[in-house]
Design a protein around this ligand. Sequence first.
Ligand code: DHB
Ligand code: FE
Length: 280
Amino acid sequence: MAKIVGTVTTSHIPAIGRAIAKNLQTDPYWKPFFGGFEAVHGWLAKVKPDVAVVIYNDHGLNFFLDKMPTFAVGAAREYVNADEGWGIPSLTPFRGDPDLSWHIIESLIDAEFDITSCQEMFVDHGFALPMALLWPGGAGWPVTTVPISVNTVQHPLPSPKRCYKLGRALGQAIGSYDEDLRVVVIGTGGLSHQLDGTRAGFINKPFDLMCMDKIVAEPEALTRYTIPELVEQAGAQGVELVNWIIARGVLDDRVEKVHSNYHIPISNTAAGLLVLESRA
Ligand code: DHB
Ligand code: FE
């Protein structure tokens, strides 16, 4: 059976793509951010995943305001990263695992989540840059992928409570897949940030640190927030935290914190990183 080796949750920010392209990883601005990933590389070398299930939000590359699925799962052989207008180089296409994708889609629909299945899907910085952070060097991707896009853009958004339940169902789906695959679940986005309006540049460090603490042993505490409360506390784009909550849901109640990092700001965003494993 497939086994979830753990979760990695991390921020996704287009500026990271430019820093990678210009080799700025050890630059004073970037070192506290990129340095946080060294421990993750060591962990990945140890847990050796075959597949990455990546929970992220599309920002207008594949889905726009005209058609915005709440939860969409990729079921393609390949996912292409394309120019979104940030001026960053696009990355090598990602291999899919259509059989696992369809198993996940069937299991989630069985669990009463009405999923949009996507046999073609462009993946934006929310998917591609965390992959580049986890597997740097551009030598190709050592894992196949299943993208899961969550609407954090056009209201109404799915609540943290609903997202946690989706994570629970996703964990069941992966765990019931009849192939000996090692699966890492990646959640991207957050932490606090707001890109526009009068609160542009808003960051809430105490709230972020509370979330990074609670999500380990008491994730239900985060499911009590409504979306408007999350917008207030974390900023309009800080609601991307729901992608972390979905990832947390795939693990057991009891988890081990393997690694974490927090650095502000990267661009307009509080950059968080957390690696968890089920304790059992
Ligand atoms: C930034 C952060 C994001 O999450 C995003 O999707 C785009 C930009 C930023 O801080 O620049
Ligand atoms: Fe984003």
